[in-house]
Design a protein around this ligand. Structure first.
Ligand code: CUA
Length: 328
């Protein structure tokens, strides 16, 4: 019994986690968890029945009970009952799947926000449709969602197959080259969750995560408005030097910092990098030290990443780290 307590505690901790389909925080994940429960119940019941029939058969055989004729008629009746139960069990599963599917599809009518997600080896480009202008506001590796509203997420990929999965909010949806997919998210609980690429996509598949923040709609609107703005100019001279290095050096060839000359499209948009919770697609928490480590040795932190180690002098590397940390 004593041994069971930590085991049960570990199992319970797994149930209320930022990345768990067993702790639904949205309509879609709730519908899927209900369906999962139904499947486990029906299949578990049939599993027990099969075991009981097996045990009964073994016992009967051992005792050598019954005449051959009696056994035959009993078996025939038993098989009819068994066939009927299988039909009933499958019918329950079909109806359950249909109800879950309709409930996922019904969210379509309540969509209020449009987001485009594009998978890259190994990060996520994320664009919000600006409700005011109809343009797109770009960020990377993080999703903010207003609680109680339905967001339509359009899904595509720039290279290989990936899969978009926020277990607390909805099921998986694959990102397939040349094909447009979509998934609805209707979060019901404010909080922080974690999304993860769920389809093997190369060496750093495991380091292709993203942060999800579900917040009240007013807060979300403020966040989106802030993301739409260009980067502010840094005040201190070290960060100002960093801005120059980023905009005029190699960083700007791959990254955008809106409001500066950095306009590369190959890598993530860095305009509000420091407002995110992590760097390198959920690989490290967002701190100045981690930013500096990532700039200095990306291949050591995420081997195979498309981000090269850019040769910078010590003071320049330091300045770039400080500048990026000001991009809130
Ligand atoms: Cu992208 Cu796995």
């Amino acid at each position: 019994m004593k041994r069971l307590v930590p085991l049960a505690a570990a199992a319970m901790a797994g149930c209320s986690a930022p990345q768990s389909p067993l702790d639904p925080a949205g309509d879609q994940a709730s519908a899927l968890l209900s369906l999962f429960g139904l499947v486990v119940l029906v299949c578990g019941l049939f599993y027990l029945l099969v075991l009981a029939a097996l045990g009964w058969g073994v016992l009967r055989r051992r005792r050598g009970q019954g005449q051959a004729e009696q056994q035959d008629s009993g078996l025939t009746r038993g098989l009819y009952v068994w066939g009927g139960m299988i039909v009933a069990g499958l019918t329950v599963l079909i109806v359950g799947s249909f109800i879950a599917d309709r409930s996922l599809a019904s969210a379509r009518a309540r969509e209020t926000l449009l987001v485009r997600v594009s998978g890259h080896q190994w990060w996520w480009r994320i664009q919000y449709r600006d409700p005011a202008t109809g343009g797109w506001i770009e960020t990377a590796n993080e999703l903010h969602l207003p609680v109680g509203r339905t967001t339509r997420v359009l899904i595509g990929t720039a290279d290989v197959i990936h899969s978009f999965w926020v277990p607390n909010l909805a099921g998986k949806q694959d990102l397939i080259p040349g094909r447009d997919n979509a998934v609805d998210l209707t979060p019901r609980r404010i909080g922080r969750y974690r999304g993860q690429c769920a389809e093997f996509c190369g060496a750093q598949h495991a380091h292709m995560a993203f942060d999800v923040t579900v917040e009240d709609p007013a807060r979300f609107d403020r966040w989106l408005a802030a993301q739409a703005r260009p980067a502010g100019r840094p005040a201190d001279p070290v960060a100002l030097r960093g801005e120059q290095v980023v905009a005029q050096g190699q960083c700007g060839a791959c990254h955008v910092v809106r409001g500066t000359a950095a306009a590369g499209r190959a890598g993530p948009d860095l305009t509000h990098l420091a407002s995110r919770r992590s760097i390198a697609a959920g690989t490290l928490p967002m701190t100045l030290g981690n930013l500096q480590g990532w700039i200095a040795q990306p291949q050591a932190i995420k081997p195979g990443t498309r981000m090269p180690a850019v040769r910078l002098s010590g003071p320049d590397a330091d300045a770039v780290g400080h500048y990026l940390a000001t991009l809130r």
